[in-house]
Design a protein around this ligand. Structure first.
Ligand code: AKG
Ligand code: FE2
Length: 355
């Protein structure tokens, strides 16, 4: 049994903001999930084994021509791919996962709640469970710890756990490696469109980077719930690692495809601002996380977003008379606030900008 076996707090009525966490519910061995977590029938996970499809794998050690054509076809067809030979030390990936697991599995609830994020405002740093301000949405079967890491002026390691003693140092190192890889990938993505390599990164500007460790406790009724509801990420590019449990799914056409864990690989998810910048040539990946009854699951998503003041619109080189602009220009802060107040609501947020 883990150290985190405190008595289960009751679930608060919708609309109140008590620091309940899904892990405490899971540990109370409920026979059924509380109604707040039950998805409507059309949003529930599909029965396992429905498809043999898999997201593409991009090998950064490949020759330039095949690398660029692989990135182009993965970004057009999926908006998601595994990347291997990425240059990030595998020990760093493992250590970061271990630290996440230590926080969720080894620290007592009272210790974790010292880092609770502010439940009354969206996207604050720390330990939380509820993603949206919109209390009427079905709850995700997930707890998380969000770190604000870049730019350095918003990075406050004193808000992060201080145990194990290397926690803050490892997160800082991980942030640095992810930011380097995100730049490299945005460069390759630009080149794969025939653009100068700095083109997308220049349009995104300085990265606003968040690292979110998600913990999906064992769930008594995985067929009725989602660990994380269907959504696409808001920023430019997300780099995600997971453990060996599996649960991330990407939407391909109208089919959910499981992203089977690939040891040492990093999952790349193109996000909404990249779809806008590429004028829809490359897709932002719609994805979700499913849960299971046997094992808890951990994933670490590193988001790279524009600054709130940045205006995003299709890159002029990708607009022509035969390819008119598909999206309205948007100030990133407006995009973010509409996401947090409305939520994905079963459709892509980006569709609101379609011309
Ligand atoms: O846990 C996962 O695999 C997905 C996480 C995710 O999509 C997110 O945090 O935005
Ligand atoms: Fe996501």
């Amino acid at each position: 049994m883990s150290a985190d076996a405190a008595p289960t707090p009751p679930l608060p009525p919708p609309g109140t903001a008590l620091p309940v966490r899904v892990q405490s519910l899971s540990q109370s061995d409920l026979p059924a999930v509380p109604p707040e977590f039950i998805q409507p029938p059309d949003a529930r996970p599909s029965p396992p084994g429905a498809t043999a499809a898999a997201i593409p794998t991009i090998d950064l050690a490949d020759g330039r021509a095949s690398l660029l054509s692989g990135i182009a076809s993965a970004s057009e067809g999926w908006g998601a791919f595994h990347v291997i030979n990425h240059g990030v030390p595998l020990e760093l990936l493992d250590r970061t996962r271990q630290l996440g697991l230590h926080f969720f599995d080894a620290l007592p609830t009272e210790e974790k709640l010292k880092y609770a994020c502010d439940p009354t405002s969206a996207a604050t740093e720390g330990y939380g469970s509820r993603m949206l301000e919109n209390d009427s949405s079905v709850l995700d079967w997930r707890d998380y710890f969000d770190h604000h890491t870049l730019p350095l002026c918003r990075c406050r390691p004193s808000n992060w756990p201080d145990s194990p003693p290397d926690y803050r140092k490892v997160i800082a190192e991980y942030s640095n490696e992810m930011s380097k890889l995100a730049s490299k990938l945005l460069g390759l993505i630009s080149e794969s469109l025939g653009l100068p390599s700095s083109c997308i990164e220049d349009a995104v500007g300085e990265f606003y980077q968040n690292i979110t460790i998600s913990y999906y406790p064992r769930c008594p009724q995985p067929e009725l719930t989602l660990g994380l509801q269907s959504h696409s990420d808001m920023g430019s590019i997300t780099l995600l690692i997971q453990d060996d449990v599996g649960g991330l799914e990407v939407l391909k056409g109208d089919e959910w495809v499981m992203v089977e864990p690939l040891p040492g690989a990093i999952v790349v998810l193109l996000a909404d601002q990249t779809e806008i910048l590429t004028n829809g040539m490359y897709k932002s990946a719609v994805h979700r996380a499913v849960t299971n009854a046997r094992r808890s699951r951990l994933s670490i998503a590193t988001f790279h977003d524009p600054s709130k003041a940045k205006t995003i619109s299709p890159i002029p080189e990708l607009v022509s008379t035969c390819r008119p602009p598909r999206y309205r220009e948007v100030v990133y802060s407006a995009y973010v606030s509409s996401w947090y107040t409305k939520g994905p609501d079963g459709r892509r947020n980006i569709d609101a900008l379609l011309l």
